[in-house]
Design a protein around this ligand. Structure first.
Ligand code: ZN
Length: 129
């Protein structure tokens, strides 16, 4: 995937600024999960470096897919949960299924091509500061 080098720093900044709820954050119990009493689990954020939580949408997104799908989709895959809509169906959020959610071609393509690049870039920036 080719990313315009002019917009790349902006995208990296967006990824850098992604809000991470504090460990003490109280995640809401949504109607769709009320029966099972399931809430977003903070440790998912630590286990999946692509995962971001949105307070506004009260659900999870893949930060890399959200940012990079705007500038170059891979293989014309339809974007869905975690990219254009928040992931809130927490009964599907066992470790294996959470990994399963991240195995769409778009996600894999983006993660493979750009995530490491971005993380390297972030690491470099962090060292300079
Ligand atoms: Zn993704």
């Amino acid at each position: 995937m080719l990313i315009d080098i002019c917009i790349q720093p902006k995208l990296i900044q967006i990824l850098k600024d992604v809000w991470v709820p504090p460990a003490t954050y109280t995640y809401p119990l949504l109607d769709c999960n009320a029966k099972r009493g399931l809430k977003f689990k903070h440790h998912w954020l630590n286990a999946h470096n692509w995962l971001a939580y949105s307070e506004k949408y009260q659900g999870a997104f893949c930060k890399f897919c959200v940012v990079f799908s705007k500038v170059g989709g891979v293989g014309g895959q339809k974007l869905g949960t975690l990219v254009v809509e928040a992931f809130t169906n927490y009964k599907k959020a066992t470790e294996s299924r959470l990994n399963g959610l991240a195995t769409t071609a778009v996600h894999r393509g983006i993660i493979k091509i750009t995530a490491n690049e971005v993380l390297d870039e972030l690491a470099k920036k962090n060292k300079k500061n």
